[in-house]
Design a protein around this ligand. Structure first.
Ligand code: ADP
Ligand code: MG
Length: 208
């Protein structure tokens, strides 16, 4: 995965978020404040602008620029969380390397998920984006172990994220705004888990 791959990934994630903006907003309307679609759409639009204004010369730089942009430009919780994830992924890929191997990508992704868990003080089962991101990371690590190619690895990660997101439906939220609802958060998919599926699925879409 070279610099162009990472730029293409972020652009594709943004397109998918835009296409699903209403669904993300509806999910957030049910257990949050109905801004998740708007937050991420604006955030990824800013990411595309930032990457066009200052073309990155390494995967690490693309990720750090994108992460910093999300942290600065998104008001909701998801901006700093996804932003920290991408920035941590970028830092893990220093010193700059291109192309990034699937094993290195997998290690960086796991470090990114850990950054989300630390910042959000969230763990699996709290009904957050972690419930989709963490299984995606595990699927990537298994794919590396099995010597699977990137495209298949990313498809497996996307399937794992989707299963994880569906698994948030019966959970009671323990973090974020949805936790204010207590039992009433049960029966709805977590919006951040739903957006995590889009972001991971974008990896498969841009893989050769
Ligand atoms: P806000 O909650 O500030 O309106 P968004 O609507 O953009 O922000 O994002 C909400 C999503 O962020 C949630 O669905 C959840 O997945 C994620 N989230 C919120 N708080 C946390 C947290 N403490 N740890 C992990 N993820 C969180
Ligand atoms: Mg919200």
């Amino acid at each position: 995965m070279d610099t162009d791959f990472f730029v293409a990934w972020l652009a594709e994630a943004g397109r998918r978020v835009r296409a699903q903006r209403e669904r993300l907003t509806e999910l957030d309307a049910a257990i949050g404040d109905a801004d998740h679609g708007a937050n991420l759409d604006r955030g990824f639009t800013e990411v595309s602008k930032a990457l066009a204004d200052a073309p990155p010369d390494s995967p690490a730089q693309a990720l750090v620029t994108a992460g910093t942009t999300l942290i600065r430009r998104v008001g909701g919780a998801s901006g700093p969380l996804y932003g920290s994830m991408l920035r941590q992924m970028g830092r893990t890929l220093e010193p700059p390397q291109s192309p990034v191997t699937l094993a290195a990508f997998s290690g960086a992704f796991d470090a990114g998920v850990l950054a989300v868990e630390r910042l959000g003080k969230a763990t699996a089962g709290d009904k957050t984006m972690v419930d989709a991101l963490s299984p995606a990371g595990r699927a990537l690590a298994l794919a590396v172990r099995d010597g699977v190619g990137p495209r298949t690895a990313f498809e497996q990660a996307a399937a794992a994220a989707e299963e994880g997101a569906r698994g948030t439906i019966p959970l009671r939220a323990r973090k974020g705004r949805a936790s204010y609802l207590g039992e009433r958060s049960v029966g709805h998919e977590d919006p951040g888990a739903a957006s995590a599926v889009l972001i991971v699925a974008a990896l498969a879409a841009v893989s050769a």
